[in-house]
Design a protein around this ligand. Structure first.
Ligand code: HEM
Length: 418
């Protein structure tokens, strides 16, 4: 196959259905592939993607260039949304990124994520109790979707009554971040803007409240970070604090929902595997790692090229875009033996579902904890759990997400709450 014959439209129905298969063809035939469809380079090999995470020629500061290109086209909802998110740390480079990451990292440490297991288990049990009373249904709506928003809202210190609003805002943001780029959702920037502005106003009030009256939550820790940081380091401004809250909600919600749903789908596809993991709590963590590797919630990460460089004989030029296709890396046979097999005893499972390098997921420990508690609990409390419909994969570039997970299970739940 020549590079021009290769299937490289990651939004084509067959790629949406099975992104790993399309990535495998690219990885084998043209691992540094120029895609006219995406007007980007597609990288699919593990080693190349690991190197890309560390390559200063590839910038994460990718919203500002888009804004700059649109300058002069007059005010629009899209412009306003992009301006609001352009300072988020995930789209910043050092030194701005270093400072934001340090302040957020300190607050994460203070939250002592490892100690949150009991609280997360209680939330999962509450959701599963409610799911059991309504009978078989959609496990995304019942468990995978509400859990992460509730955890983040609680961690940030938002009152319980406001949690449903968190979910709405994060959905609206996802319209932009995971957008298909098609005209179908022409109103998505307007909706995202509405969500962002409402959320910003909400967090602004919460910040003011915590400045007056600090508590043990993460927002208070981020505010306190200003006075405990090294002398020459400035703390977060109100705008930055608001942006950080929005980023944490946005980055930690959809991703974790999809991690839970994708793991349940994979593990229940094989009843013997499902029953093994349900019966042995020690197998839940390795099962979740394999699910993250095989069916991670993030398919593609984008970088902006800021310096010409060569890779495998191709010249990648400043001003171009590079897409890191994670399903390619996470099933690279050069890195993982029997890459398509879910192996509960895989050693050194250093998959890239959480990225690498300076932007590696800051919430990975929390995401793992939530996913393990959720997956372990539903397998244990819903015996014989099985998915009753083909996945309705949502056609987005960035995320591996199904809209729903209709399930059924054997009548009498065993064990109950732990
Ligand atoms: C299974 C669930 C999750 C997955 C698969 C995931 C994946 C990722 C990945 C791949 C990145 C790197 C982005 C890049 O290099 O451009 C990232 C960054 C990030 N994640 Fe997560 N994430 C998850 C859950 C969470 C949670 C629960 C939170 C917080 C509550 C969170 C907060 C963040 C933040 C703030 C960043 C930006 C870090 C930086 O720029 O330095 N994530 N995540």
């Amino acid at each position: 196959m020549t590079p021009t014959d290769l299937p490289d439209d990651l939004l084509a129905p067959e790629a949406v259905a099975d992104p790993a298969a399309v990535a495998a063809v690219l990885r084998e035939h043209d691992p540094v592939h120029w895609s006219p469809t995406h007007r980007s380079w597609l990288l699919t090999r593990y080693d190349d993607i690991v190197a890309a995470f560390r390559n200063p020629a590839l910038s994460s500061d990718r919203v500002r260039p888009v804004l700059a290109r649109r300058e002069g086209r007059g005010p629009s909802a899209e412009h306003r949304v992009l301006s609001l998110i352009s300072d988020w740390m995930v789209v910043s480079d050092p030194p701005a990124h270093t400072r934001l990451r340090r302040l957020a990292g300190g607050a994460f440490k203070q939250q002592q994520i490892a100690a949150m297991g009991e609280r997360i288990q209680a939330l999962v049990d509450e959701l599963v109790d409610a799911f059991l009373t309504t009978g078989p249904g959609d496990l995304v709506a019942g468990v995978a979707y509400p859990l992460p928003a509730t955890v983040i809202a609680e961690m940030l210190g938002a009152p319980r009554a406001d949690r449903d609003r968190f979910r709405e805002w994060s959905d609206e943001l996802a319209l932009v971040a995971f957008g298909t780029g098609g005209e179908a959702r022409a109103d998505r920037h307007a909706r995202a803007l509405r969500g962002l502005e409402e959320m910003a106003a909400y967090f602004r009030d919460l910040v003011a409240d915590r400045r007056r009256d600090p508590a043990g939550d993460m927002l208070s820790a981020m505010i306190a970070g200003e006075s405990t940081g090294p002398g020459d380091e400035e703390g977060l401004t109100d705008d930055e604090l608001v942006g950080m809250c929005a980023l944490l909600l946005f980055a930690g919600h959809e991703t974790t929902t999809n991690a839970i749903a994708n793991a349940v789908r994979l593990l229940t596809a094989d009843p013997a595997l499902r029953d093994r993991v349900a019966a042995d709590p020690d197998l839940v963590a390795p099962a979740v790692e394999e699910a993250l590797r095989l069916q991670g919630p993030i398919k593609v990460l984008v970088r902006w090229v800021v310096a010409d460089h060569d890779l495998r004989g191709r010249t990648i030029r400043a001003g171009e875009r590079v897409q890191l296709v994670l399903p390619g890396a996470n099933r690279d046979p050069e890195r993982f033996r029997d890459p398509d097999v879910l192996d509960l005893h895989r050693e050194r499972n250093q998959h890239l579902a959480f990225g690498r390098g300076i932007h590696a997921c800051i919430g990975a420990q929390l995401a793992r904890l939530e996913t393990r508690h959720a997956v372990g609990t539903v397998l244990r409390r819903l015996p014989g759990l099985r998915v009753t419909a083909e996945p309705d994969w949502i056609p987005t570039l960035a995320s591996r997400a199904a809209g729903s997970l209709p399930v059924t299970f054997d009548a009498a739940p065993v064990g109950g709450r732990r």
